[in-house]
Design a protein around this ligand. Structure first.
Ligand code: GLY
Length: 391
């Protein structure tokens, strides 16, 4: 017989977590201000402690957290810190050749969030500048946005030439293009986003809702070449963060285009994630198709999946949405119980983030990662009806 669930209701858990979030984020904002953090050492964040310095793909998540907290509380300290971090990030637009497809993560959560909240026209210009850089990476023959620059691409795709490479992650960058079209009235940005999402549907998502991480095309002719392995266990496996980018990314493409095929692809990927997480106590493994041992988790995949499920819930009927909301609660609660650190004197909330499956020294396995915190906060605020729509 199954043991009775003695835990508090989802509503009570949500309220308790929200109250803890208010306390912890207030303290973090005082300590971190306009620094741009990634992970912690000895419970403390450090400024730009990342390989690419100011250009690293995760640098928008801290300002994103601050804008979310500003939306929820109206506390001016969050706005001031977010504006300072954005000012620093905007330097990257001058050294744009070091930026890549991840300008969406960098600028949607900083400049575009700022513009959405304050109507700051300098922030709007930054967002549109970044959208133009992203559009400039479009490959006309293959109808996709090129991933990474040579060095990083070759490192993750194990020496492959990535000039013809696209990755599932980029679905979360293309909302910058949808925004640019909505903002300017020029359809070219959205046309690129739609073509990229259609190519991802065809070459990245498998029939069962699992995903490849990478696809390589011939960059001259656009012909399909291969789906090599990437940050997951192996070629043909199912990297959980990639799966989560698919759920949220296709749901967002549906929001922006109303193309039903994107909604159905998002659902297919969501059902695949839900069934896999249901058999691991709602804790996301790094790869859903890896050996049972060693057990390796990636809490960030859980947080992103939860946000994607909550996005999906907004686009389906009343009797369908409970599946997605209930699954999102299950994931958030399981990860909170196993990975959260609510000590207000220590930085970062969600431990247990893993950058990639094959991590030679373990330094990037089950550690706090800033985007785990960003998506956790977004999910909690979505459930409280207090989130800023950032995508
Ligand atoms: N977008 C890079 C990653 O998910 O690791």
């Amino acid at each position: 017989m199954e043991a009775a669930d003695t835990r508090v209701s989802n509503e009570q858990w949500l309220e308790e977590v929200y109250q803890k979030l208010l306390v912890k984020m207030k303290k973090e904002c005082e300590r971190i201000g306009t620094m741009i953090p990634y992970s912690t050492r000895d419970g403390k964040y450090h400024d730009l402690d990342v390989p690419g310095g100011i250009y690293f793909w995760t640098n928008g998540f801290w300002p994103g957290m601050l804008w979310q907290m500003y939306e929820a509380t109206g506390d001016e300290a969050y706005r001031k810190a977010a504006e300072g971090a954005e000012e620093r990030l905007s330097e990257t637009l001058q050294g744009f050749d070091k930026l890549d497809h991840d300008v969406g993560f960098l600028f949607l959560l900083s400049a575009v969030a700022d513009y959405r909240k304050t109507n700051n026209m300098e922030s709007r210009r930054r967002g549109l500048h970044a959208a133009n850089l992203l559009a400039g990476r479009y490959n006309l023959a293959g109808r996709f946005i090129r991933a990474w620059n040579d060095e990083v691409g070759a490192m993750i795709a194990k020496g492959r030439n990535m000039s013809g490479g696209m990755i599932i992650d980029c679905l979360m960058n293309i909302p910058l293009l949808y925004w640019a079209s909505e903002e300017t009235g020029d359809p070219r940005f959205a046309q690129i986003a739609i073509n990229h999402a259609k190519t991802a549907q065809q070459y990245i998502v498998r029939e069962d809702g699992s995903c490849n991480h990478i696809v390589i095309f011939n960059s001259e002719t656009g012909e399909f070449v291969d789906n090599p392995g990437g940050q997951g266990y192996e070629k043909g496996s199912s990297w959980s963060r990639g799966q989560s980018w698919a759920v949220y990314g296709f749901a967002l493409s549906y929001r922006h285009t109303r193309d039903e095929s994107f909604l159905n692809t998002a659902k297919r990927c969501a059902h695949y994630c839900i069934s896999n997480m249901a058999v691991s106590d709602w804790l996301p493994l790094v790869d859903y198709r890896a050996p049972e041992e060693p057990v390796k988790y990636d809490s960030t995949a859980g947080m992103i999946t939860a946000c994607g499920l909550l996005e999906l819930a907004e686009h389906v009927g009343e009797h369908e949405k409970k599946l997605y909301i209930k699954a999102a609660f299950n994931i958030l609660r399981a990860c909170d119980e196993k990975f959260s650190n609510w000590d207000p004197e220590q930085d970062s909330i969600v431990d247990g983030g893993t950058f990639f499956y094959h991590d030679p020294d373990g330094k990037n396995t089950e550690v706090p990662i800033i985007y785990g915190d960003y998506y956790f906060i977004e999910a909690i605020l979505r459930l409280k009806g207090k989130a800023l729509f950032a995508w």
